[in-house]
Design a binder for this molecule. Structure first.
Ligand code: DP6
Length: 324
């Protein structure tokens, strides 16, 4: 049986940065994100007779057999749960406005979890789907749901899952990604967070910060207070990035243009235009603001970055099945 699913990526407002269990991907802390409408992955999974291994095709290119590790881990779990014995062909297409490093493992593994479980005849609850997606990539746990989503860290496979904070988000919060190119050698989020946990002397403090930020962020969301959400998200992201600078060896995801963007955003704020920023394991900046300020913000960013490097995204839906 074949099943096809779509999942959207998400951007964390309270970041996940560190694992307690590498195999099961149990995080050190809770985290909270916004699922976005603009960036998504469509994935078809087909368990077939006569295959001697799993196959993965992404954007029409077949992956080498040696690079299937995380995908196989999710498929193995599906086989374990369903009794399906055959191997699968996984065919995935990423939809991003431009090829600019915004494709994310979050949408990829959430779509895979949904498509693979249905192709194997399972009808998992969304909580169980989030646990399955988690085995591929931590942030994928949250992409099972739309809108504002919390990943409850838990302590084992059963207790580490996502739950919705607010699925229909219509109080005007919006994100804009500034696509910043870099020639810097990339440090994967997986490797970067591991080094941070192991070597940053500030890691214990980060755990405390996240516990406080989760409470404050949920309160700000309940008030639909975009300024408080943006302020907290910005502070949380910078504290996460302080872990990379305090690791041994120290590293950073900042590029020169990242700092330029941050300075411009601070400047806009000083001039009364409320917008905030967050960033992940790469140099791109994502602005958080009220959609009523979108036109003004784009006007201010365009001279420095060019309109085609600015991508507006709104709250998006959770993972769902597509008709074949
Ligand atoms: C900075 O989910 O990519 O985006 O679990 O190792 O696959 P793995 O890591 P990943 O890390 C995401 C890190 C982040 C913050 C976040 O999304 O919460």
């Amino acid at each position: 049986m074949t099943a096809r699913a779509r999942a959207h990526t998400n951007i964390a407002l309270v970041k996940y940065w560190g694992k307690k269990d590498r195999q099961l991907i149990i995080p050190q802390t809770d985290s909270l994100s916004l699922t976005l409408d603009q960036f998504y992955t469509d994935t078809a999974v087909d368990f077939r007779d006569n295959l001697d291994r799993d196959h993965l095709i992404v954007d029409q290119k077949e992956f080498p057999a040696t690079k299937l590790g995380k995908v196989t881990r999710v498929l193995d779990r599906v086989r374990e749960l369903s009794g399906e014995r055959r191997y699968a062909v996984v065919n995935s297409t990423n939809h991003v406005p431009m090829a600019a490093g915004l494709a994310s493992s979050a949408s990829a593994f959430a779509a895979l979890a949904m498509a693979a479980s249905h192709a194997a005849g399972l009808d998992l609850s969304r909580r169980d789907l989030s646990r399955l997606a988690r085995r591929g990539s931590g942030s994928a746990t949250r992409s099972i749901y739309g809108g504002l989503v919390e990943w409850h860290a838990g302590h084992d496979d059963l207790t580490s899952y996502a739950k919705p904070v607010m699925e229909k988000v219509n109080f005007g919060i919006e994100m804009l990604a500034i696509l910043i190119d870099t020639q810097q050698k990339k440090v994967s989020s997986r490797g970067g967070m591991e080094l941070s946990v192991k070597t940053s002397p500030f890691y214990p403090t980060w755990r405390e910060i996240v516990a406080d930020d989760m409470v404050a962020m949920k309160r700000a969301i309940a008030r639909q207070d975009i300024d408080a959400i943006g302020h907290l998200a910005e502070e949380n992201a910078m504290r996460m990035h302080a872990l990379t600078l305090s690791a041994d060896p120290a590293f950073t995801y900042f590029a020169a243009e990242t700092i330029q963007a941050i300075n411009l955003i601070k400047n806009l704020r000083e001039n009364g235009l409320n917008c905030y920023y967050t960033m992940d394991a790469g140099p791109n900046i994502k602005l958080i603001y009220n959609q009523q300020d979108r036109a003004q913000i784009i006007d201010q960013l365009t001279p420095l970055f060019g309109r085609d490097r600015l991508v507006v995204a709104q709250p998006g839906p959770g993972a769902h099945l597509l008709k074949n």
